[in-house]
Design a protein around this ligand. Sequence first.
Ligand code: SF4
Length: 207
Amino acid sequence: MENLLGTGNSKLVKTAKKFDVKINNFSIPAGNDKKSGKITCPFAGSCIKLCYAKKGAYRWGNVERALTRRYESSKEENFVDRITWELSRIKKNKQLYIRIHDSGDFYSPAYFNKWVEIAMRNRDVRFYAYTKSHSFIRSKFIPYNMDLIFSLGSTNDQLIDQETERHSKIFYSAEEMIDQGYTDASEYDLLATKWFTENNKIGLIIH
Ligand code: SF4
């Protein structure tokens, strides 16, 4: 059976090395295909224009097909079991982090609940995600080993309390980001998470 968890993009590899941890990822296609009904980023707004997951290697045929298979698997009843089984095989001595969605987003409350269940069944693994689906996540129970960063660029940005809620914002320069009091997570992904940065304001420089 095909693995659902990947080894991640170059930023994740670099981050894992820097912090001496293990990082794997799980991704689904980016954007919304209204024709086929495949809605994987239901609250994507202005981000679509800048989305790195809609270009480059993400558009290669084999990568697109793999992301689609992962999306299909996420809808299956055995998704939680499959991910938990894979986690049991890749857990090593190092702290394991799972970056949920370097492409795609929580596309429904039911799908989000599956990740909550996975986190609860794997307390020794830390899960994190950037998400624009905060409108249905905000009221949910979030296990302590899960961290969510609400990202600006959605159709629901006005719902984010930018003082109290961990969120991310795209910048065109480091100066602008620092002036506005944001912590730079452009180079190392884990700096966006509560385990490494207390600041709720996470900045990313566009590339
Ligand atoms: S929500 Fe994320 S993955 Fe989806 S289109 Fe926007 S930036 Fe890309």
